[in-house]
Structures are given as structure tokens and as C-alpha cells.
Design a protein around this ligand. Structure first.
Ligand code: SF4
Length: 229
């Protein structure tokens, strides 16, 4: 069965999607207080070797043959770039004539090696969750030395040269970016990024929803503000 894990196949935008996680446990360069996967025991932004690669690739091939997806979504437990064979995984999927969508928090898109890997993908998702430097450090707890300014500029510089579809996912977090000034700043960041698509989400799952979730009404207002020109 290998070490990758899969979600049940689903349809999105009319396409059959196979979603795969390539990491055996959480490896991320951030340690967000609201991470749905839990704490980051050790923050990483360099590549690592994981066991069972050949077996995992064989199983991926079987999954593709069995489920006949139209898109593979690499959505991992943390940051997929830290898998030292990620380029090979993407290359293998592409060799099956299948498009690849990759989820990253977006910080590493400023690094030349990871940028080349992301360039192999048809779609890349980058994210933003808070809008001040202080909140970035406090709430997303990145590797020491990371800054929000660099985070945004990494995504901007990536998308300037990327020819695929860059999807920008904005998470609205109550008390952090749901006020008017923050929404305005998020709008400016979105403009500087000029993504192909913007997705606005909010804290939907407990235990975070209760404290950090916003109302349906506010969510609708913010979404409209962020998606309007
Ligand atoms: S960036 Fe995503 S995976 Fe990483 S700690 Fe934050 S919420 Fe979790």
C-alpha cells in the first residue's frame, strides 16, 4: 500500500480528483496555532528522505489505474516540498498525462529549487492567514527568520514567472484579519499577487471554529469585498 495516503475520489469543477498526501506525518515550516493536523514537532524547510518510496509509487500507479482521475491534488500533511522525491512524484504523474495541483503554504515558492518543482505543476495553491508581521510570528509560528513581508514577496515573485494557474487561498480568522483595515490589506496583497483565482475560506472545524470562526454574514461580506475588482 505504500506510505502515501489518499482521500476518496471526488468531483471538483467537473473533474474527478484524486487527492494524495505524500508525507508520513506532519512536516511543515510553520506551526500554526490552528493547524488541523496538530503541532509541528520540528519545523523544517529542507528536504528529507522517507521510507517506502518505491512501494508508495507503485501504489500511486495502481490508484491512478483503478480510479482514473482527471486531476491529482497533492495536499500533504504540511509542506510537500520537504519530500526529497517530490519532483519525481510530480514527474511520474505528468508522465501519465495527468494535470497536477499542489498545495503549499507558499513561503518556499521564493526558493529557486522549490520554484522549479512548483513550475512542473499545472496549478499551485499559495495561502495567507494573517496580515501583520506580529500576528504571523504569533499565530503561524514559522521557522526563525521568516517574515510576512518575505512570505508575500516569495509568492509574488513566483507568480510573476509561473505560467500555470496560481490559486490564492485567503483564510479569514476572527480577531486577526476580519476587520475592515485587514480586508483592505488583503485586497492589496491579492492585487500585487495577481492570482488566476482567489478562494476565501474561514475556520470551519472545531475546536477552532468556536473561537476563530466568523459569522455567515461577515463571511459573505468579506468574500464579496475580496472577490470584487
Ligand atoms: S501552514 Fe498549514 S500545515 Fe503548516 S502548520 Fe500552518 S496550517 Fe498546518
Amino acid at each position: 500500500m505504500g506510505k502515501f495516503t489518499y482521500k476518496d475520489i471526488y468531483i471538483e469543477d467537473g473533474k474527478k480528483v484524486l487527492e494524495v498526501n505524500v508525507l508520513p506525518e506532519k512536516y511543515c515550516n510553520f506551526d500554526c496555532i490552528f493547524c488541523p493536523i496538530g503541532r509541528s514537532p520540528k519545523k523544517v524547510d529542507t528536504q528529507m528522505t522517507f521510507d517506502g518510496f518505491q512501494e508508495s509509487m507503485q501504489y500511486l500507479e495502481n490508484m491512478i489505474e483503478r480510479t482514473k482521475p482527471e486531476l491529482i491534488f497533492i495536499n500533504s500533511k504540511g509542506e510537500a516540498f520537504v519530500h526529497d522525491r517530490i519532483a519525481e512524484i510530480i514527474g511520474f504523474i505528468k508522465s501519465k498525462d495527468l494535470p497536477v495541483k499542489l498545495l503549499s503554504n507558499g513561503y518556499l515558492l521564493g526558493d529557486a529549487t522549490y520554484r522549479e518543482i512548483a513550475n512542473m505543476c499545472d496549478e499551485v495553491i499559495g495561502e495567507i492567514k494573517v496580515i501583520t508581521e506580529e500576528d504571523f510570528q504569533k499565530v503561524q509560528r514559522p521557522i526563525e527568520g521568516y517574515t510576512l513581508e518575505e512570505y508575500i514577496s516569495n509568492m509574488v515573485s513566483f507568480n510573476k514567472q509561473y505560467t500555470g494557474k496560481f490559486i490564492f487561498e485567503i483564510t479569514i480568522v476572527k480577531g486577526y484579519n476580519d476587520d475592515e483595515a485587514s480586508v483592505q490589506k488583503l485586497k492589496e496583497v491579492t492585487k500585487s499577487l495577481s492570482p488566476s483565482k482567489v478562494i476565501v475560506v474561514r475556520m470551519e472545524d472545531e475546536p477552532f471554529k468556536k473561537k476563530l470562526g466568523i459569522s455567515d454574514e461577515r463571511y459573505a461580506e468579506i468574500t464579496q469585498a475580496l472577490l470584487s475588482e
